[in-house]
Design a binder for this molecule. Sequence first.
Ligand code: GDP
Ligand code: MG
Length: 297
Amino acid sequence: LMGYVGFANLPNQVHRKSVRKGFQFTAMVVGESGLGKSTLVNTLFNTSLYPPKEPLPPAAERPKTVAIESIGADIEENGVRLHLTVVDTPGFGDFVNNDDSWKPIVENIESRFDSYLEQENRVNRSKIVDNRVHACLYFIQPTGHSLKQLDIEFMRRLHTKVNLIPIIAKADTMTDEEVAEFKQRILVDIAHHNIHIFQAPTYDNEDEETIAEAEEIASKIPFAVVGSDQLVAAPDGRLVRGRAYPWGSVEVDNEDHCDFVKLRQMLVRTYMEELREYTNDVLYENWRTEKLLSMGV
Ligand code: GDP
Ligand code: MG
């Protein structure tokens, strides 16, 4: 169904929390400019969170460091309210020297942990706002080679602080074979560098269908995605989200064309609560323990 984001399934993902309060979810997008980050966010949440882009100012007037910009939106679906925050990181990878591009991003993630810890330590903890980053979509340029030093460095620095979800940007610019080979090389690099990427957890007591679904999603990582806010005509005449080419069109929501549907399933429909839980129970908890130890508490 077009125009249906799918987080209304959240109450089924959550067993103990009140639904009326609504849910807070923060997603970060990282990757070089022009890889389609803003377009994909709009496509994922079916909003115009990012309006069409102004032309870039001349290089000399552009900032020389990575900026952190966050925007929020309240979306409601089937009576379920989601407060979504998207953290964008313009400038990442865009400079002559990108050695420290990961730094402001780590600092931002840690300052969100800090703010959570500070709230937990208050006398009144009933109104804790969770601004922690629950997932980080890392956009890989569709080069067809392997990961760049910048990609590896970023993921190595971030994988213990945030749920990393690597994606191949603009997958419509590669053939299916190129995508398949590129995915293999990326996975080899990730394993070689001991980078931990988010995996949908499976539990012993789960039914076969749930396990099969998790395996199906896992088999697509890194998700090769296509984003678009344009409608194109499918072969059967329906108007669908996609990108038109002289030889035909690439449909965003068609699983034969790209992994967008699986990415949305991972991020929104099935594992949003798992992403929040892993952030709280593992990533935040590890950070907190280290912080308290370093303070000699
Ligand atoms: P950002 O700088 O990473 O936020 O990239 P934008 O979302 O602003 O997109 C940059 C350009 O790439 C725009 O012209 C988009 O229309 C185009 N674009 C976005 N997603 C895709 C995609 O999946 N495939 C292709 N071929 N182009 C895309
Ligand atoms: Mg953008």
